[in-house]
Structures are given as C-alpha cells and as structure tokens.
Design a protein around this ligand. Structure first.
Ligand SMILES: Cc1ncc(COP(=O)(O)O)c(C=O)c1O
Length: 474
C-alpha cells in the first residue's frame, strides 16, 4: 500500500506534476462555465499569480510585525470605501470571502445591539427569501434568528412583508445588491428607511455587486442607490474574489462607523500566550489573495473595470432577450446585473441542463424554494460573455423535443426523506452509487438526481448534502 505521507520524500517535479494532473477534471476557465468562474483572462491571471506568490509569506495575524499586511489591506479597503461612497468615519476590514464578511457583519450587529439595545434578548435578522445562504449560516453560528420575508414578482425584497415581520427583537435587516440567484437589486432605500424607523441596522450584501454596480453606473446604466449613499445602510459586504477578478480568499466588510467595527473585532487576554486582537475570524492568515486584489485594482483602474463590466452587461442583455424570445423559456426576472435565472414552461429544466452539459457548457441547475421555481442559473464573466451568442444557439438547439417535466416517483422521494432524517440505517454510499455518484462527481447526466432533490423538502436536502460531503472526504 502506498503511504499517504511517504517516509522518503519525492522529487519536486514529480510532486508538482501530480498536482497539475489532479486538476484535469476541474471546471476550466475556458469561457464555457456559467457559474463559479470569474475570470478576466490570461494577462490578469498572471499578474494575480505573481502578486499572490510575492505576498505568500506575509502573516496578517500581526500588522505590527508585518507592516506590509496593514499597507496592503488599507490599499484594498480604501478603494472599496471610495467605491461605496463611504462617509467620513466609515471603516472596513479585508476578509477571506463573502461568507466571512457577512458573518462578521452579523456579529457586529449582534454585539453592537447587545451594548446599545440591551432590552433585546433574542436577536433577529430579517432576510428576504433571496438572501444568500451565508446569512443562514451566520444565524446558525451566532445565535441570531433568521426570519424570512417574501419577495415580489420580480424577486425583489417585499418591503411591506418585511414590515409585517418586524418585532422589537429585530436588530438587522438585509438587502442584496444584487441577489445571487436572480441578479436583481432589492429596494435598498425603502428597506433602509424601514430599518431606520425601527432603530435597527441594515446590511447590504454587495458580494457580487460591489465590483459591478458602481461601474455599470459609471457606464450610464440607470440603477438605484444601494451603498452608503443611502442613509440607514450601516454595513456592506463586497467580494474581490468575484468581480474584482482576484483569486479566492478576498472580500471586504465595510462599516459606517468605528463603533460598529469595534463590535466586529475580537480581543482575548485570558490565556497564557500572546494577547490577541483579531479583526476577522482567522488568527494567522494569508495576505496573498489580498495582495493579488490590490495589484488588480491598481493595474486595471476604474477604466479597466468599466470596460469589462460593459462587455458582461451587453452579453447579459443579449442572453436575457434571447431567453425572452424563446416561447418555451421563461426569464424569472429581468436582471439588474450580469447574473440571471430562467426556467422552462413545460419541458424538464433538469434535462435541459444535462443537454447543455453535453454541449460542453457548465450551468447551475437550481432547486425550487419559496416563490422561486426550479431553474437554471447563469453567472456571466468576461470569459463566457465572449461566447454568449454560441451559448444562446446551443440553448435553443437543446430545446428541440425537450421532454415534459415528470415528477419523480413519490416513493423514492419518501425514501430520501427517511434517509435524510439519518436514523434509517440505510447506507448513503449505496444510494449514491445507485444514482451514479462516483468518486465525488455527479454523473454526466444528473437530471434524475436533481429531480429527486428538487422534490425533497429543504431539510432533507440539507441532511443529504451533509451525508454526501461526508462521503467525499477521508
Ligand atoms: C450575493 C452573495 N453573497 C454572499 C456570497 C458568499 O460568498 P463566498 O462564496 O465568497 O463566501 C455569495 C456567493 O456567491 C453571493 O453571491
């Protein structure tokens, strides 16, 4: 048996070749992926790689020992503050990603409210149904209740429904700019007015939109105010590892005041080692992705982002209009930025996704939740924007003779529910191999699996996903 940790070391070339080889099956940045990839081409990737490598040894744990960590972080956060129309006194922190930015915004809201609204004993945050799952994760980790409110026909937060869900324990209201699934911007000004009226805090999730919407506006696209220009917005999250085009591991959380950011920080002097003050959840942390983001922001400048954003927006409109013209397709909402969701009228949407996969595209089949039906999600980046017409042609070709939606066998769904509750004694590994899930990968044709999961209740889906991921790792 080969040892996982060899006793005698292997050659450098051999190890590096193995790493390269292990990436063979990975999703490629080749312009055919409509999810996961935010790629602005070889030249920028090379710049990011060099900056990443040059910053690899900086430890962001202690900026007094690594002054470069402070300089690079301030370089990135000041650019973001400027972009988000930060008022005097606003501050920001670089984090490892959108989830961390959101978790820190929720922690700040919770701890700030603990101090300033001590009458609140069971803190609640109000989320539109379309808010990213990371808010639910933050609620779960931080002991804050996530209370959902509805969205309107365009999948924008329904402010009146939010009002009806307000109770005295609400400390935070969330809006997206834009939402991931449908790419629409919530009515931020109206939500912020409601928030102010209630004396709560308001977070705008601009994880995808932070590096898009400002440049779309500069390009002349009419969009409502969504950032610190709106009175009542108290924090914002924006990811540089999405439309900033930086490698994974860099986002920013912005706070309107220092008092809010103080509530986000954590300090500890009650142990026998060095005293700790952490701005984020990590202790020792890499500054590599932050360095890459800094290099990209400085190298591209606003003009570079404007140019790429214009190309992505043109491709988005082309695809949205193509979908609207196809009698068998339904665009769930006209997007405000370059992410969109569409579904079929009668045909099987998961079969359609399989057909697109067979034609070499990567799209994101998405399950029904709340008022949002099962659909296909597309995220555009500069890479796939260049192939929008080819994608549209393949989309239309894939609709020919598309079979009607057939609901999965209810008995199999019931079995999944039993399996999902974790007490069945059924072997999840056997089920997965029966479904064709092997070596951690879905089969090329995954419609059967998607139809089943789509029909299962969310709690069952969650449990099955945990079982699935548990099967993947040693
Ligand atoms: C709107 C929105 N918020 C938050 C996140 C979470 O970001 P991350 O995956 O970087 O943690 C995402 C990710 O897609 C997102 O689209």
């Amino acid at each position: 048996m080969t040892q996982a940790f060899p006793d005698k070391g292997r050659g450098r070339a051999e190890v590096l070749a193995e790493l390269t080889e292990s990436k063979q099956q990975d999703l490629k940045s080749d312009g055919r992926a409509f999810a996961f990839v935010y790629d602005a081409g070889d030249e920028l990737r090379d710049l990011a790689r060099e900056a990443f490598a040059s910053c690899m040894t900086i430890n962001g744990l202690d900026p007094t020992v690594y002054p470069s960590a402070r300089k690079i972080e301030n370089g990135v956060t000041k650019a973001c503050l400027e972009l988000m129309h930060a008022p005097e006194g606003a501050v920001a922190t670089a984090t490892a990603g959108g989830t961390e930015s959101v978790m820190l915004a929720v922690k700040a809201a919770r701890d700030y409210s603990r101090r300033n609204r001590p009458e609140v004993t069971r803190p609640v945050m109000l989320l539109p149904e379309t808010a990213h799952a990371c808010f639910h994760k933050a609620a779960h980790y931080l002991g804050v209740e996530a209370r959902l409110f509805k969205v309107d026909d365009h999948f924008r937060a329904d402010v009146e429904d939010a009002r009806s869900k307000l109770t005295k324990d609400v400390i935070l209201i969330v809006g997206s700019a834009p939402s991931y699934a449908h790419g629409v911007v919530d009515p931020i000004s109206e939500l912020a007015a409601l928030t102010k009226e209630h004396g709560a805090l308001m977070h705008v999730d601009a994880c995808v939109g932070g590096c898009l919407l400002p440049f779309m506006k500069e390009n002349g696209v009419a969009l409502p105010a969504f950032d610190f220009e709106v009175p009542g917005v108290t924090s914002i999250s924006m990811d540089l590892h999405k439309y900033g085009f930086a490698p994974k591991g860099i986002s920013v959380v912005l706070q309107r005041t220092r008092a809010l950011r103080d509530a986000q920080y954590y300090a500890c002097a009650t142990w026998t080692g060095y005293s700790i003050v952490n701005s984020t959840t990590l202790g020792s942390k890499s500054v590599a992705a932050m360095g890459a983001a800094y290099a990209l922001l400085q190298h591209l400048g606003r003009a570079g982002y404007r140019e790429r954003v214009a190309a992505m927006w043109a491709a988005t409109l082309e695809l949205a209009e193509h979908i609207e013209r196809e009698p068998e397709l339904r665009l769930l909402a006209r997007p405000d930025a370059n992410l969109l969701a569409f579904t079929t009228k009668e045909g099987d949407v998961f079969e359609l996704a399989d057909r697109l996969t067979e034609r070499g595209w990567h799209v994101q089949p998405t399950y029904a939740f709340g008022s949002s039906p099962a659909h296909i999600h597309l995220t555009l980046d500069p890479g796939n924007a260049a192939h929008a017409s080819a994608f549209a042609a393949d989309l239309s070709a894939s609709l020919v003779d598309l079979p009607k939606t057939t609901p999965p066998n209810p008995q199999v769904v019931a079995m999944l529910e039993v399996l999902g509750n974790g007490e069945s004694g059924l072997d999840a590994g056997v089920l997965m191999s029966e479904l064709g899930i092997a070596d951690g990968q879905l089969p090329g044709r995954a419609a059967t699996i998607h139809r089943l999961l789509n029909a299962a209740p969310p709690a069952t889906r969650e449990q099955l996903l945990i079982t699935f991921i548990g099967e993947l790792f040693s």
